[in-house]
Design a protein. Structure first.
Length: 131
């Protein structure tokens, strides 16, 4: 199962390709500490994002199992995986920046610094992105 997830999630922007493998048994298997740590960090990151591509009905049915992925992610030793675990929240379709800022003080500091820089920018200096 770990190899199948690794193969499906090897490419960039591939989180949606693992939806067919997301079964309760597969999630429980890879969410065990030994199997989780055996996967590459990018595979773990994409796996955490995969449930976002499930149909709402399927996501609701597997909610308790999918939460295990998030729990593994927020405790991950890799900062990127940890950040994505905080961002997916309860898989409600939102990006939880508040949880990311709480879990990752460096991210909060970066956002605060960017906000300070943005305050001093004259909006008339920049053209709209719409053409």
């Amino acid at each position: 199962i770990v190899l199948q997830f690794s193969n499906r999630l090897a490419g960039e922007w591939s989180a949606n390709s693992a939806c067919g493998l997301l079964t309760e048994g597969a999630i429980d298997y890879v969410a065990s500490a030994k199997k989780w740590d055996a996967m590459e960090p990018l595979i773990r990151a994409r796996l955490v994002l995969s449930p976002l591509f499930l149909r709402k009905y399927d996501l609701d049915e597997m909610h308790d199992h999918v939460r295990k992925l998030r729990c593994m992610a927020v405790e991950d030793r890799n900062e990127w995986v940890k950040m994505l675990g905080a961002a997916v929240g309860e898989y409600d379709g939102r990006i939880h920046t508040d949880e990311v800022e709480e879990a990752m003080p460096m991210v909060k500091n970066s956002i605060d610094e960017i906000a300070k820089l943005a305050e001093g920018v004259d909006p008339l200096m920049y053209r709209p992105l719409d053409l």
